[in-house]
Design a protein around this ligand. Structure first.
Ligand code: ADP
Ligand code: ZN
Length: 757
């Protein structure tokens, strides 16, 4: 027998090894092994086992490191798919499916010494009062950690050992799970009575589950689904439901159905919404009753030890449900029947380093491989997913209303052009927003002010008419570059000098300038306008500091902060009943990013932000300030009209051949020397033109500087390739990458389906 092994060192391919006869029973796909490599040894994962191999002179596998398999066969296939589609070396793809916390040589269960009561044999030996006292504690607890017993009784180890010598207790190492939730009190919940839309959704998902789980066909079973040999047709559902429409309850009941059918579930949520409350909802539903199971949690804030334990809980089948951030898509859930991706439109599902996979797309692929039912949920689905639903590739499920029939908040759009005219000097807060904030402060209600993240590209915008300069080739906003007073397209590289006056023929105002302001300035302006208000800023710097983040949210919830100023993170699933006003200070900042998804992102942000207002008993209000108030992304968001926005946006994507009508591969050249980076990028474009000559549906744009051009003292220039046949293009690119020669200090990366340009 031979085994194909993917090593954890950079080889760029798999190697075959002989399976020594004494190891035969142990080696399966997913087994971790140690093998010889030249004169050294290396670790690797068995990906396949076969009778023989085309390669001569095979060396034998040295030993099995971990048995049984750490990775399920489907996940192995998924890793292969990642390597191919995302154009990365196989070892990089395989490394990502097995967390370091499991792969690391020291990774193991934590064992602690426990003192355990032994069954009494014969008459009780004579004990000192001290010994009796210790024994009494052990009798009460039956078993407890040695250190705890020492603390409780003040006894030293020698004293306790003497009890062991007398055969009354034993001191043994015992596995102790690292459970970050151990101290949480979880109160069981029961399924809610679903409303009509929810029941329809659950029913559809369960029917699809039954199609993939052929029940043993009893003679008396009239169910048409039980037909033997019915093709397993995996289903992908897009669950489109406004915030608060009860999507989570749908997930919970669908998971229950999967468990009843002996299958597990994977739930992906964006890292940021993986809050204790979210996790608790899942744990609480499955902590008792006949469907009782552990719910494992996987995310980046766990310690390595905790991650190890959670992973093995899943692998051993004690946890049938896993909830986690994007890498949880690789969790070794046994026989998963359901894969749920909540907030499927979230860009954070995309991994921004190799392998650059998109966890939502992997969910669909894994669903097909298992097969398992996939549910993508969102209040603002991605254009890609909604398009798939329209095309009939996915089944659309809709929850049109909030569960409590509470109205969507009123959204007011303030025309900042008018505000500026009537109110010279103050451009940050319109009179309407100022008035609204004042009102809330007087009533003791709370306000969230939303501003885009800093460090964004800035567009050139006329404050008088709202005109934004756009690239004629790409229909994305030109970016203003102070140096050289130029406008630059970050997709195709087109460049212009900054006009002296507004180019809009009906305007011609000379005051045209770049738009932009930072969160700090908003805070300053607020303090000037409302000197007694308690204002707190919350931006990405703060998110890095977990404790700080928790503290601020806690204080806000407790009413110790009046106005929270923040970036997009406060748009996510947080629930503050006393927030009755959400202000979007400058909607244009997101709207005019040099990215073809700028309008989609703006629509999503406005909708999500609006979902934060009025979750309590008081009706909420949203105020959006913009210099382009007529923009469809703003107008459709104002009316809570996703369909309308979709129709409009899909037309634009179709005309300019952007996704979902094509798929994008972004090739980025990075280096410290700008001249060299620019030169290499142009050179690569010419090479690609030759290499891909005859590729009929290819669109190549650039090279152009990447929008955040000088990130961390690196210059980055990129080329954008678009095609309908990405898998083939990825194969072509992989071949090409093998032969590309680059200067030493220049790096080239390929990002397939990028979410950020
Ligand atoms: P979403 O995930 O769509 O934002 P949730 O599932 O969080 O919505 O539901 C919002 C609130 O409504 C939650 O407090 C939930 O417990 C409650 N809820 C959901 N479904 C029902 C139902 N059928 N009956 C009563 N309350 C429900
Ligand atoms: Zn362009």
């Amino acid at each position: 027998m031979v085994a194909r092994v993917i090593l954890e060192v950079a080889l760029g391919r798999e190697l075959d090894y002989l399976v020594p006869s004494e190891l035969e029973g142990q080696i399966k796909p997913g087994t971790r092994v140690e093998v010889p490599l030249g004169r050294r040894k290396a670790f690797g994962l068995v990906t396949e086992v076969a009778k023989d191999s085309p390669s001569p002179n095979l060396k034998p596998i040295l030993r099995v490191v971990a048995t049984p398999s750490l990775v399920t066969p489907t996940v192995l296939r998924l890793a292969r798919w990642i390597a191919e589609y995302y154009c990365c070396p196989p070892e990089v793809a395989f490394r990502s499916v097995l967390p370091g916390a499991v792969r690391h040589p020291d990774a193991d269960w934590r064992r602690r010494l426990y003192v355990r009561l032994t069954p009494p044999q014969g008459p009780l030996p004579r004990l000192s009062p001290r010994q009796k006292e210790i024994l009494h504690v052990v009798e009460e607890r039956r078993a407890l950690p040695l250190t705890e017993l020492q603390q409780l009784t003040g006894a030293n180890v020698a004293t306790i050992r003497r009890l062991e010598d007398k055969g009354l207790v034993e001191i043994v190492p015992q596995i102790e799970e690292r459970d970050p939730w151990a101290r949480e009190q979880i109160l069981p919940t029961t399924p809610l009575t679903l409303n009509e839309a929810q029941s329809q959704a659950v029913r559809a998902i369960v029917e699809a589950l039954d199609r993939l789980t052929p029940r043993p066909a009893a003679v008396s079973d009239p169910s048409p689904d039980a037909r033997p040999g019915a093709p397993a047709s995996p289903g992908v559902f897009l669950l489109h439901g406004v915030t608060g429409s009860g999507k989570t309850e749908v997930y919970l009941q669908a998971i229950a159905a999967a468990l009843e059918r002996g299958r597990g579930a994977i739930v992906l949520v964006p890292e940021i919404s993986l809050t204790p409350q979210t996790v608790e909802r899942f744990k609480a539903r499955f902590c008792t009753g006949p469907l009782r199971t552990l719910v494992a949690v996987l995310h980046s804030h766990l310690s390595a030890g905790e991650r190890h334990d959670e992973w093995h809980k899943i692998r051993q089948g004690r946890a049938r449900i896993v909830i986690g951030a994007r890498s949880a898509i690789f969790a070794p859930v046994q026989n998963p029947g359901l894969i749920i991706v909540d907030e499927e439109h979230e860009p954070t599902y995309k991994q921004e380093e190799a392998p650059r996979y998109h966890a939502r797309d992997l969910a669909v692929v894994r669903g097909r491989l298992e097969p398992a039912v996939v549910v993508l949920g969102s209040a603002t689905p991605s254009l890609e997913s909604y398009h798939n639903a329209r095309q009939g590739k996915y089944t659309l499920l809709t929850l049109p209303e909030r569960v409590d029939a509470r109205k969507m908040p009123r959204v007011r759009v303030v025309d900042m052009r008018a505000a500026l005219r009537s109110n010279r000097g103050v451009t940050m807060f319109s009179p309407q927003l100022r008035e609204a904030i004042l009102q809330r402060l007087e009533r003791g209600e709370q306000v969230i002010l939303f501003l885009n993240r800093r460090g964004y590209a800035t567009a050139l915008q006329c404050p008088k008419c709202g005109f934004v300069a756009q690239c004629p080739n790409c229909s994305v906003a030109f970016t203003y570059h102070r140096a050289g007073q130029r406008l630059l397209c970050h997709i195709c590289g087109e460049s212009r000098t900054v006009p002296a006056a507004c180019p809009n023929p009906r305007c011609g105002d000379p005051a045209i300038r770049y738009a932009g302001m930072g969160t700090q300035r908003v805070e300053e302006a607020l303090l000037r306008l409302f000197p007694t208000a308690r204002v707190q800023r919350m931006d990405s710097d703060i998110l890095q500091r977990k404790e700080e983040y928790r503290r601020i949210l806690g204080e806000f919830r407790a009413g110790k902060i009046d106005i929270l100023v923040g970036t997009q993170m406060i748009a996510k699933g947080l629930h503050f009943p006393n927030v009755t006003l959400v202000g979007i200070v400058h909607a244009d900042l997101t709207l005019h990013q040099p990215d073809f998804r700028a309008a989609e992102r703006t629509f999503q942000l406005l909708t999500q932000v609006a979902g934060r207002a009025g979750r309590g008993d008081i009706e909420g209000e949203v105020i959006v300030q913009s210099f382009t108030p007529y923009h469809p992304a703003i107008q459709y968001a104002r009316r809570h009209d996703f369909e309308g926005f979709y129709e409009q946006e899909i037309e634009f994507r179709s005309q300019l051949r952007y996704p979902p009508f094509t798929r994008v591969a972004l090739l980025t050249v990075r280096g410290r020397n700008e001249e060299k980076v620019r030169f290499v990028a142009s050179h690569l474009r010419r090479e690609l033109e030759t290499h891909l000559a005859g590729w009929d549906d290819l669109i190549m744009s650039g090279p152009a500087p990447a929008p955040l051009e000088r990130a961390q003292s690196y210059y980055r220039h990129h080329l954008m390739l678009r095609t309908r046949r990405m898998l083939q293009l990825a194969r072509e690119l992989a071949r090409w990458l093998h032969q590309v020669r680059l200067p030493e200090d220049v790096r080239l990366t390929v990002d397939v389906d990028p979410v950020n340009l």
